[in-house]
Design a protein around this ligand. Sequence first.
Ligand code: FES
Length: 448
Amino acid sequence: MAKVTFRFEEGEPVVTYATEGERLLEVAQKSNVPIDAPCSGNASCGKCRVRLVSGELDSKITRHISEEEYQNGWRLACVSTVKGDVEVEVPDIASAYRSRMKVADLSSPSEIAIFEDTKKKITDAGLELKNSMQVITISMEEPTLDDTMPDNERVTWAVQAATGLERVRIPYSVLKKMPDVLRESHFQAQCVVRVTANDVFLYDMLPMEAKAVVGGLVVDIGTTTVSALIVDMLSGEILAKASSGNGQIRYGADVINRIIESQKPGGHERLQNAIIKETLNPMISNMCRAAKISSQQIYRAAIAGNTTMEHLMMGINADPLRMEPYIPAFFKTNSLFASDVNLAIHPDAHIILAPNIGSYVGGDITAGALVSMIWNRPEMSLFIDLGTNGELAFGNSDFMVSCACSAGPAFEGGDISCGMRATDGAIEKCTIDPETMEPSYHVIGDEG
Ligand code: FES
């Protein structure tokens, strides 16, 4: 085994071991060392540069590394194999996508105005914004030697009386805390419930003095960027927000390269972990800290993403999406719960996935088309999602058509010399002074 040391401009080095002949990019990925690899190791993007500090690598010469750069130690990690003990430096630019991705500020007045305006337009269009989650208060007689009914039956009776519904479902998570909560609160309690026409599902039981918050998680999983909110499902207030790079990005910039990676041994698990454990769960934890609530107080989640992102997030084989006739495992599904995918919220939280409408036109477009209200206008509109996977939806209140293509590589530096992602060093905006005609630009990462 050879000792492989990854050094960074900042932070502790990562030391790992690899067998001779192993590709450096794969060694890095196995060790959670973030090296930008938009082409998924196909030697076409030229972004996976590392600098050889000591030892030896077997590296192919490619057009992406000049003779002078090669002499200075620069190599592409995807065409370099380990020959013996080696030490390489991973430049900051390669890991920048992770920490400094330019993301939307969802708390700005203009963003909040968009949310409020959308809510109004949806209700004006006759769609009812309804919520089946609520908090009820129940009160019971305390047990005695003459009244030895078990706690769960006592609670069931009380919930039946409070809601008028016969069927009350109590999951293990509530049963587990029930004896303590009831005795602490002298057999009075607040219950977080979902009430439908047929039954009541008891999500949580809290002492009377506890602050009951019914949190809802909202997530947009982009191929490159992930945005999320926690909302108070009773008031509609936004409690916290977060954005992050998609942790899957080190396995490929676009959906096709991610699917190819998922087909390698352990690939499904790696990609699912990258989005759930490395991206969503830390975002949820940060948002809960900011909102001062427990992650267990998030009782429902709504997630939108393109068809591939939804499959990979669920750990479902997405390979048929890549091959003719391009068939997904599902367009919509109603049977996903947080515990199924280890999402760190209440284990019984129902995850509502925005429905996909095509193999490459996913739930993010369905959600976007819905809230942009273009389906409710007589005039023609064009909805454009210019993401890594780019989609268009066109139409009006009578009809709608859509299509998709891979837009990211055109802008994000896949196999071109001047493009890059919206991270440090990228030009964010250009302006021309109308008086003086003086041009100016702003670069992400620059002050001011
Ligand atoms: S050139 Fe190495 S990952 Fe693209």
